[in-house]
Ligand binder design. Structure first.
Ligand SMILES: Nc1ncnc2c1ncn2[C@@H]1O[C@H](COP(=O)(O)OP(=O)(O)O)[C@@H](O)[C@H]1O
Ligand SMILES: [Mg+2]
Length: 248
């Protein structure tokens, strides 16, 4: 049984003028523990929408989505948000951490709503995780006092502190210089491998994309396997290729 299985998943939203925008038109995807996949595709093709559905932040209109065989449609909202917290860790391009909280307090956030983790234990787990990402000496620093790479490390520590079985990263290196992005990817891969977690990375960057075992492209609302990522990225019709050239 797959860890994650999407079959024919669609997502349509209604635009202000009353027309329908069909973002996802039938996404099929199977992920097993320990898999590392990249998702590429032009801006606006629905990559974030798909990641939000996978991470239980949004629901499909049609099709089926199961997590370890459990159909997410059958879950009540409370069950769904519990399953989200127990299963997924999120990393975003803009870090999405709180500037008014210290590094340690930021990493504690995902545990604030889980029952049965006492205060001292939360602190210990968070400090251990920050040490793991190389910020053991910055526990009491505020994000504004830290570099972009360090802020993304806080976000990674926060995403991983509950040992998720799936890490969802939406352009995790998009705001970082290539060298820092590289070390952030190495960190994500290392920690994912330690826990046999699946790692799903949306990226515009050929170098980041080709670190994965599989590269998938989202276009026309459907996922396609990319046999040769280098060719895909040099297709002049693809804005991802242009972004890559700008970043090079
Ligand atoms: N809730 C929404 N209402 C209206 N349009 C949306 C909504 N969510 C996403 N979109 C549109 O759907 C398309 C896909 O968005 P997104 O998933 O963010 O794409 P990507 O991450 O690939 O750039 C975009 O055109 C976006 O403007
Ligand atoms: Mg996006």
């Amino acid at each position: 049984m797959a860890l994650i299985h999407l079959q024919g998943v669609t997502r349509t939203v209604e635009l202000p003028d009353g027309s329908d925008l069909r973002i996802l038109r039938g996404v099929d995807l199977e992920i097993d523990p320990g898999d590392h996949i990249s998702i590429v595709g032009r801006s606006g093709t629905g990559k974030s929408t798909m990641l939000n559905i996978i991470g239980l932040l949004d629901l499909p209109n049609e099709g089926s989505y199961t997590i370890k065989g459990k159909d997410v449609k059958t879950l009540r909202e409370g069950q769904r948000s519990r399953l989200r917290g127990d299963t997924f860790g999120f990393v975003f391009q803009q870090f999405n951490i709180f500037n008014t909280r210290t590094a340690l307090e930021n990493v504690e956030v995902p545990m604030l709503y889980t029952s049965g983790v006492p205060f001292w234990k939360r602190q210990g787990l968070s400090a251990d995780m920050l040490t793991r990402v190389g910020l053991g000496d910055r526990l009491d620093s505020y994000p504004t006092e830290m570099s972009g790479g360090e802020q993304q490390r806080i976000a990674i520590a926060r995403a991983l502190v509950r040992k998720p079985s799936v890490i969802l990263a939406d352009e995790p290196t998009g705001a970082l210089d290539p060298e820092t992005g590289n070390s952030v990817m190495t960190l994500l891969e290392t920690v994912a491998a330690e826990n046999n977690a699946a790692l799903i990375v949306i990226t515009h960057d050929l170098k980041v994309a080709t670190r994965a075992q599989r590269v998938l492209s989202l276009s026309e609302g459907v996922l396609h396997e990319v046999a040769d990522p280098h060719t895909h990225f040099t297709d002049s019709h693809d804005t991802a290729a242009q972004d890559t050239e700008v970043n090079a």
